[in-house]
Each structure stands twice: as C-alpha cells, then as structure tokens.
Write a protein that binds this ligand. Structure first.
Ligand code: IP8
Length: 281
C-alpha cells in the first residue's frame, strides 16, 4: 500500500518568521510518522517561511517564471535547507528518509505540463526508504524556472505511483464551511468555493482552495487533516477529499510519547544521538 503524505509548510515552519523551522511542531510530527511506521510512505513538504518569501522577493510563481539564476537558486536553496532539516530529523527518529529534489529531476514544457520521472522515488520505496520531496522551483520551457508546489507534487506522485491514499497535514483540521464547521466530505469544488479564503501569510501557491482543487482531480482517497487528527480509516472512498486522517499525528501543542524503537522493523533505524544545529548560510 503506497501512501503519499504532505506536511504543510505551516505545520513544520513558523510561517510569519522568515526561514524558521517550528522545532516543536516538526519534532512531534516526525515522531508521529516514526511511530505510525506506515509502509511505502512518500513524504512531501511545503515551503512555509522558507521558499515563499524568496519566491515573492524574486517574483516567481507557478505561472510567472524567472531566468535569474541567483533568484532561482535562492528559492531552491531555502527549500533544500528546509528539506535537510526534515530529512535529518526523520533519520534521527529512526525513519529511513532520503531527499528527492524536484529541481534536479523534473521540468515543465511550454504548456506547463509537468514531467517528473518517479523511478528514483519508486525504487527508494521498494528498497524500504522514505523519499522526501518538497515544493521547489523547476525549469520550464520558455519561462526559465517556475514554482512547483508540494500539492502539485502530491497529485503527480499519487498518480504516477498509483497511490492507495493521500493525506494533507495542515494547521487546520479540514475545510471549514461558512458557519465554521469542518466539511466531512467534498465532492465538488463549487460546494466549498465561497468558504475557502486565500492563505493569510505570504503564499504564492494558492492556499487551501488550490489544495482542494488538486485533491478533487485525484482518483485516490484523500484526507485533509490537522496535526492532532486521530487515527481512523478514511471514509473518502473515491468520491473526494474527506477531513479524517489515516495517520496518527499528534498536535504540535501536545508532546508525543517516545516509545523504545524496534530496530528489527525494516525501513527503520535506531535513534541516533542529536545532531548539531545546521549552520545557516
Ligand atoms: O508550500 C511552494 O510549495 P507549497 C514551493 O507546497 C515554493 O505551496 C518554493 C514556494
């Protein structure tokens, strides 16, 4: 069973402070992933306070490209450093995580159609690794380089790997309707269009509305859930995103228990000593 799980940038970073990891939130989400021990797991993380500020500064969006190598590098470099943190912490928690950088692997054609070979991701999965991709910049024919969001990666990977389920872990427990209730199931974008606002922080890739559009295009059951969602089977079927989680994740505000790691489980390693803080460039 292949699972594609996105960790929203707002979950793992402090979105209001440039280039700041939310240490507690990231550690707890990482511990929850290690404890859930989901087989054939692909992770994708968003940009949060890393890529979006640089993308904004350099005027790069999913549709507006740039030929300025310095700017493209600044965006990619910030995402690479965030990815280093996520992969490093997963490894520290005993998860066999490895990085996959979209800039080095994929491209868009002049019509913005994405080509992202998934042989490396699929092989990592079959070898017991947990590939960790991230929102990034990507070369686009005729436009230089444009942004690719984590959500676009999620839908691309879910299709290419024929994923059995998809999860988006966000800071909110799902999609709210206009009276503030979480919508249990969404089958048409029009039903939630009025209720969906834009993201309130710098976010060049469209916030929740874009996520829901992308998930509705998918064939696999999809869930949008907050980091304190409880374990349960998705009721989403093939009819659209639901708001219940298939994954045990713990609220960033609530410390997760740290059980002894089972070193005999394939794909997991014993916890390593804490690594020194990475120097910022
Ligand atoms: O946070 C955006 O990814 P997202 C990627 O998943 C960049 O929308 C580099 C801004």
């Amino acid at each position: 069973m292949t699972t594609v799980l996105k960790l929203g940038g707002s979950v793992v970073t402090d979105k209001e402070t440039p280039e700041t990891v939310d240490d507690d939130a990231l550690d707890r989400v990482v511990d929850s992933i290690a404890d859930a021990d989901v087989p054939e797991l692909v992770l994708v993380h968003g940009a949060g306070s890393f890529g979006h500020h640089h993308a904004d500064k350099h005027g790069v969006t999913p549709t507006e490209g740039s030929h300025d190598a310095d700017g493209v590098w600044a965006i990619h470099d910030s995402m690479r450093r965030l990815n280093d943190e996520v992969v490093g912490r997963l490894q520290d928690a005993g998860v066999s995580a490895l990085p996959v950088h979209p800039l080095s692997a994929g491209a868009r054609d002049a019509d913005a159609t994405l080509s992202l070979p998934t042989a490396s991701t699929a092989t990592m999965l079959s070898e017991g690794f947990v590939p960790v991709l991230h929102g990034d910049v990507i070369a686009q024919s005729g436009a230089g380089a444009t942004i690719i969001s984590g959500d676009e990666l999620v839908t691309h990977l879910a299709r290419a790997l024929d994923a059995d389920r998809v999860g988006l872990c966000s800071t909110v427990p799902g999609v709210y309707d206009e009276s503030g209730e979480v919508v249990p199931r969404i089958t048409r974008f029009e039903d939630v269009a009025n209720a969906l606002g834009g993201s309130d922080s710098t976010d060049v890739t469209g916030g929740m509305a874009a996520k829901i559009r992308a998930l509705l295009d998918l064939g696999a059951p999809a869930s949008v859930f907050g980091p304190d969602a409880s374990r349960g089977s998705s009721p989403g079927g093939r009819s659209g995103p639901s708001s219940r989680a298939d994954f045990q994740l713990t609220s960033p505000g609530r410390p997760a228990p740290r059980p002894t790691r089972d070193r005999s489980v394939p794909g997991r390693r014993g916890r390593r000593p804490p690594r020194p803080t990475r120097p910022r460039r």
